[in-house]
Design a protein around this ligand. Structure first.
Ligand code: GLU
Length: 395
């Protein structure tokens, strides 16, 4: 029945992260003991102070449509958060609350990218950026990096790649899938390139801001000259263990915020009312309150690095943030394990799923075909068992 669907949807790749998670769920439901390390999802529960505010909101009868761009109290709380954590001054009319950071990104791209305009993606990049750009008939322009440069694209690479068709650069720091953080110097260098091109905008995806193991987080919009050219996207999913609550938000120049609100008004009418009330509580509290999760992620990171480094052929970086490790496993390309000859990272991820029963995600989906992504937002027991299974399979 494909012929009844649009070319756009037929050609759209499915989200590799969600596809792998669905596959793992399916195998689990069929009785196979799968360890899911494919999805970037904290295994913690949402903290009680946030859950209680949602329960209060239900009891206070928050059940009507909210303003399309979010409750005013929430937008005010987001402005305070941007000031407190990011040194950015936004007013509530520059904020749009959406159904997850993913929707915030899709809104911006739909609102700003004209057919044929280029969006520069810094590989490795999160799987949905390229699909979102393609849905807007934009052209993803992918700049490469690898483990030898800590998975970071340089300002010079960006400068060389900008053409008259370039409209936007998407920067994601801390990065999904590599965990690398672009430091202050690197971001300032990128900003001096951006300054040369007045028609180029930056979408700064800062969703992993708080999952940071010690590098200063610099918000692109806080860099001199970048405020009017930057859209800052963030959300509550990762830092507050609230992935399923689906709340993301952006801060941007008013004209961009207005365009995103107009679009959202025709698509979702705005984000869930109870989740919005709970988000006020989450982001008003000091980030110190969620540090216990970050400390735990850091211990798990150290654990998984130690365990994976004992496996032959795994090249590893030491991520500064997020909760992923992105090993280069190209050593295995051309090798045969059991009856499977591994040609690429997808074969490797499939082999690990089918034979070791561990779900990961192929690096192809992130623009890095030599790697696989492993999420360590899982219990230490699961991390240990998963890595042992992979080791047994490969040794
Ligand atoms: N962002 C998370 C990940 O990369 C959740 C899944 C998705 O939206 O891609 O795993």
């Amino acid at each position: 029945m494909k012929e009844y669907l649009t070319d756009k949807i037929n050609n759209l790749p499915a989200s590799a992260t969600l596809t792998m998670a669905a596959k793992a769920r399916e195998l689990k439901n069929s009785g196979i003991d799968i360890i899911g390390l494919s999805l970037g999802e904290p295994d913690f529960n949402t903290p009680d102070f946030i859950k209680n505010s949602a329960i209060d909101a239900i009891n206070q009868n928050y059940n009507s449509y909210t303003p399309v761009d979010g409750y005013l109290e929430l937008k005010e709380a987001i402005c305070k958060k941007f000031h407190r954590d990011n040194k950015i001054i936004y007013n509530p009319n520059q904020i749009v609350v959406s159904t997850g950071a993913k929707q915030s990104i899709a809104n911006v791209v739909q609102a700003m990218i004209k057919p044929g305009e280029e969006v520069i993606l810094l590989a490795p990049f999160w799987v949905s950026y390229s699909a979102i750009v393609l849905m807007a008939d934009g052209i993803p322009k992918i700049l490469k990096s690898d483990i030898s440069n800590d998975f970071k694209v340089s300002a010079k690479q960006i400068d060389d790649a900008i053409s008259e068709k370039t409209k936007m650069i998407i920067i994601n720091s801390p990065n999904n899938p590599s965990g690398s953080i672009y430091n202050k110097k690197e971001l300032y260098e990128i900003a001096s390139v951006v300054k040369k091109y007045p028609n180029v905008f930056v979408l700064s995806d800062e969703i992993y801001e708080h999952i940071n193991y010690g590098t200063e987080h610099v918000s692109f919009a806080s860099i001199e000259g970048m405020y009017d050219r930057t859209i800052t996207v963030n959300g509550i999913a990762k830092a507050f263990a609230m992935t399923g609550w689906r709340i993301g938000y952006l801060g941007a120049p008013i004209w961009i915020a207005k365009a995103c609100t107009k679009l959202q008004g025709q698509v979702t009418s705005g984000a869930n009312c109870i989740a919005q009330r709970a988000t006020i509580e989450a982001i008003t509290e000091s980030p110190e309150k969620i540090k216990y999760m970050v400390k735990e992620f850091e211990q798990r990171k150290n654990l998984i690095i130690k365990l994976l480094s004992e496996i032959k052929g795994f090249q590893l970086n030491n991520p500064d943030g997020a909760f992923y490790i992105f090993p280069d496993i190209s050593y295995y390309f051309g090798k045969t394990i059991g009856d499977v000859t591994i040609k690429n990272a997808s074969d490797f991820a499939m082999l690990v799923l089918e034979k070791a029963h561990v779900a990961t995600v192929t690096g192809d989906a992130f623009g890095s075909p030599k790697n696989i992504r492993i999420s360590y937002a899982a219990s230490k027991e699961n991390i240990i068992t998963a890595v042992n299974r992979i080791k047994d399979l490969l040794h």
